[in-house]
Write a protein that binds this ligand. Structure first.
Ligand code: HEC
Length: 161
């Protein structure tokens, strides 16, 4: 696989290959930001899931706070947040060190898994509450979700440069 392939073919090949790539190969693909290299696909993918979480929790906060009128999106957004939180279970495989992920993600993996489970269970709760349509209750459940984001980032995400 070389850079001479067209970009999209290159990305598709890499994505298709991810499942069978040995963990050490994932790390060998690059060291994340700051090294001058392009961000490896496994890291871009992970960061994309995180950014989506931020976009969706921010959007839901805007609806609940009355900044935008899209109350018909409340349940859709809550379900999306729940689904994105589930995806996080897969995006920190051994060998995918890099980006702003601290090494403790892998060296303290039991505690990291607990922090992730806290997000997933609060996101499940959010989705349930959202189906009831009580905006104040949704706001509260969303606050709990946001606490679990901070609860993990404090330890496991490096500060932005
Ligand atoms: C279990 C731990 C954990 C939880 C829970 C968690 N994150 Fe993260 N988050 C991380 C780590 C680690 C990184 C750094 C990933 C990297 O750079 O590869 C990160 C990165 C991010 C980023 C930066 C993405 C980028 O483009 O570089 C955003 C935004 C973010 N998280 C938002 C959220 C939001 C919003 C939530 C809650 C809804 C959340 N995260 C929950 C661990 C977590």
């Amino acid at each position: 696989m070389t850079r001479q392939h067209s970009c999209s073919a290159f990305a598709l090949t890499l994505l298709a290959g991810l499942a069978v790539v040995a963990p050490s190969d994932v790390a060998a693909q690059g060291r994340g930001r700051g090294g001058g290299d392009e961000t490896p696909p496994a890291l871009s993918y992970r960061q994309g899931v995180m950014s989506s979480l931020q976009a969706q929790t921010g959007g839901l906060r805007a609806i609940v706070g009355g900044d935008v009128p899209y109350t018909s999106h409340v349940s859709l957004k809550a379900n999306t947040i729940r689904d994105l939180a589930m995806m996080l279970s897969d995006v920190f495989p051994a060998g995918s060190e890099g980006g702003r992920a601290q090494p403790e993600v892998w060296s303290d993996s039991a505690d990291f898994a607990e922090k992730l489970a806290a997000l997933q269970s609060s996101a499940n709760h959010l989705a349930e509450v959202a189906s009831g349509g009580d905006l104040a209750a949704v706001g509260e459940a969303l606050g709990e979700v946001n606490q679990t984001c901070r609860g993990c980032h404090t330890t496991y995400r490096a500060r932005a440069n």
